[in-house]
Design a protein around this ligand. Structure first.
Ligand code: CA
Length: 239
């Protein structure tokens, strides 16, 4: 079972490789990027559970990456990897909000402890994560909760933690009309402040992964003016 998905944005290849190896050895799924633009794009596309972010990066520096992530309401914790003496004032007074930072050279052990602490804090605040369910099957979809993925018509597709939580929430409330605010409370929790647009965006992402025709969803149906309804078996004639 994956311990979570971590994005490593670091241009120094030996350090990036060492980080990725250490994280994988601890059971994390690891994504990596070697410059700021690739890091920003990977974060927004993949919705990782945590980001390790170098400051001095080609193309877009760490501050630019972090601003872009927060502007897009990515709520994953971000740990800054900073060289000693590197723009300390900006780091400490940083408005956009890193969650933690370590100073290079840091011990891998210390970094892993901080990563685990941040992930534990995150999962403690989000009610959707505690479910026991390992897998689910509906229509042509098989969901592997432990593997952060689903299989649609035999093709495996990765899921972010939030997509997985959202799908679990829908499964637990099958057939109910769910208002967007209720989905926000159930999946994102009250400690975070995403907008209802966040729900819509995640539903769109899920539809692309589990609907034969995302434009005419069979499972994740829109209830106009209210929210969504999930059906394991679409009642095509009823709507
Ligand atoms: Ca660097």
């Amino acid at each position: 079972m994956s311990a979570g998905r971590i994005l490593v944005v670091e241009d120094e290849e030996p350090l990036r490789m060492a980080l990725c190896d250490a994280l994988r050895a601890e059971g994390f799924d690891v994504l990596e990027a070697a410059d700021g633009v690739a890091g920003r794009d990977a974060a927004l596309r993949e919705d990782p559970d945590l980001v390790l972010l170098d400051l001095m990066l080609p193309k877009l520096d760490g501050f630019g990456v972090l601003s872009a992530l927060r502007a897009d309401r990515l709520s994953a914790p971000v740990v800054i990897l900073s060289a000693r003496g590197e723009e300390w004032d900006r780091i400490q007074g940083f408005e956009v909000g890193a969650d933690d930072y370590v100073v290079k050279p840091f011990s891998m052990r210390e970094l892993l402890l901080r990563v685990r602490a941040l992930l534990a804090r995150e999962s403690g605040g989000a009610p959707g994560i505690a479910g026991e369910r390992r897998s689910a099957r509906f229509g042509e979809v098989v969901v592997d909760f432990a593997g952060y993925s689903l299989t649609f018509r035999g093709e495996r597709r990765g899921l972010s933690r939030k997509e997985l939580d959202l799908l679990r929430f829908f499964l637990e409330h099958e057939g109910e009309v769910l208002e967007r605010d209720r989905i926000l409370d159930g999946v994102w929790g009250r400690d975070e402040f995403p907008s209802t647009r966040t729900v819509d965006m995640h539903v769109l992402k899920l539809r692309r992964k589990l609907e034969a025709d995302p434009e005419r969803p069979a499972h994740l149906q829109t209830v106009h003016g209210v929210g969504y309804k999930f059906l394991q078996k679409p009642d095509l004639g009823a709507r």
